[in-house]
Design a protein around this ligand. Structure first.
Ligand code: SF4
Ligand code: SF4
Length: 124
């Protein structure tokens, strides 16, 4: 977690942003390490479970938890606080089917001060 600041991975509470400017992810992996919810929709649960070769019920039981405001599921964290699916510094084990919340940051949503935590480069 950068600078000890508690940040939310939770897109639903945060600012939806205009489509411009656009930012290009530099794959620093910071957004996979800060605390908060990595939300998964019901549809995403199915996709991720299939990708991992797991039954949905096993995936839900072993890889998810109730999110902070108890409205759905989030991917669990490792004991060190990073996302369960982060491998090494910046590899996502479920990259082809990662949740929309992950894919949408920072262009579709972000939060005040996100530029200090994210290494994405402005491209437009
Ligand atoms: S699912 Fe992948 S992209 Fe999303 S927080 Fe976890 S490791 Fe990062
Ligand atoms: S913090 Fe920003 S640059 Fe780093 S992986 Fe996440 S979106 Fe990409």
């Amino acid at each position: 977690m950068a600078n000890g600041i508690i940040l939310m991975k939770n897109a639903s509470q945060l600012d939806k942003v205009d489509s411009t400017p656009r930012y290009l992810c530099q794959r620093c992996g910071n957004c996979c390490r800060w605390p908060g919810d990595v939300r998964v929709t019901e549809e995403e649960v199915g996709k991720i479970a299939r990708f991992l070769g797991m039954r949905e019920t096993d995936f839900v039981e072993r890889c998810t938890r109730l999110n902070a405001n108890r409205t759905g599921l989030s991917i669990i964290d490792k004991p060190n606080g990073e996302c369960l699916f982060l491998e090494g510094v910046n590899e996502c084990r479920i990259q082809p089917v990662k949740p929309g919340q992950c894919a949408g940051f920072p262009n579709d949503w972000n939060f005040p001060g996100w530029r200090e935590q994210c290494e994405a480069i402005e491209v437009t």
